[in-house]
Design a protein around this ligand. Structure first.
Ligand code: U2P
Length: 269
């Protein structure tokens, strides 16, 4: 009788262990446990729309304190002088967004043929590694929360990046603003309303402008899941007049020097 109960207890233990293993490993290869499974499921609700965010590197780079080979701010005279891609973000109508969705982890080799265009038009403007899902850090492009959460529409990783690049070229914010006279300047201030109108005239959509210390940092345009323009759920946060700074000459020179140092393997701090 006693040996029978021991066998039953052992069987029960094996069963519980098996159940636990299935639950932990079920979604994500089992690297971070059952809590992760719950949060993944909760965040799987499909997104409502996209925000295409493009950023103005001189504004972002004015906050950049560190140079390294990967940092697009540190390319000296080759630093980006056009709006570059920040992201194609799946968003919810309530102003939030999904942050980690199930699906394969970011795989750099899948986008190797796009690498040149991504380096140029989707550069990281920072030395710090971006957070990815699974509590890891990686390339700026590895914001899995965006690519994997977009997958119900864009499918596999390569197509997410290709779609984003195509939208970026199709809706060329740099060209529209420069053509309307909103050109980089170290002294001019431009009316935010004028910048918004230039985009409205070109694309028939109202963009959301994001500023840092009175300088235009980002333009976001919102799209339905079939890539037609729609309203964003948040408004602009810019003052009435904004600057569109040039890369300061000293920044470019410093960038050139530090980039050179970085490319020879020494990282500045
Ligand atoms: O705005 C700050 C950061 O929040 C993330 N974000 C913001 C708005 C939005 O619609 N979707 C979204 O993801 C961005 O985070 P990142 O991709 O840079 O990590 C944005 O920079």
């Amino acid at each position: 009788m006693a040996s029978l109960s021991i066998a039953m207890v052992l069987q029960l233990l094996v069963f519980v262990a098996a159940l636990y293993t299935v639950e932990v490993n079920g979604f994500n290869g089992g690297d971070d446990g059952a809590v992760r499974l719950v949060s993944t499921v909760a965040e799987q609700r499909e997104f409502d729309y996209y925000a295409l965010a493009v950023q103005w590197p001189p504004t972002y780079c004015s906050k950049s304190t560190k140079c390294c080979a990967q940092n697009g701010c540190c390319r000296g005279s080759n630093s980006p002088s056009v709006f570059t891609i920040h992201g194609l973000w799946p968003d919810y109508n309530d102003g939030s967004w999904p942050s980690c969705c199930s699906g394969p982890a970011f795989n750099e080799t899948e986008i190797s043929t796009l690498r040149g265009v991504l380096e140029k038009y989707w550069p990281t403007l920072s030395c710090s590694k971006s957070s990815t899902c699974h509590n890891k850090k990686g390339l700026f492009w590895a914001h899995e929360k965006h690519g994997t959460c977009s997958s119900p529409v864009t499918g596999e990783e390569y197509n997410y990046f290709l779609t984003t690049i195509n939208l970026y070229f199709k809706y060329n914010v740099t060209e529209v603003l420069f053509d309307a006279g909103y050109v980089p300047s170290s002294s001019e201030k431009y009316p935010s309303g004028g910048i918004i109108s230039a985009i409205e005239n070109a694309f028939h959509t109202t963009p959301q402008l994001i500023c840092t210390k009175g300088a235009l940092e980002e333009v976001r345009m919102c799209l339905t899941k079939d890539f037609k323009f729609r309203d964003c759920v948040s408004g602009s946060d810019c003052p009435d007049y904004v600057s569109l700074p040039e890369f300061a000459v000293s920044d470019a020179l410093n960038g050139a020097k530090t980039a050179h140092r970085s490319f020879t393997g020494r990282e500045s701090s």
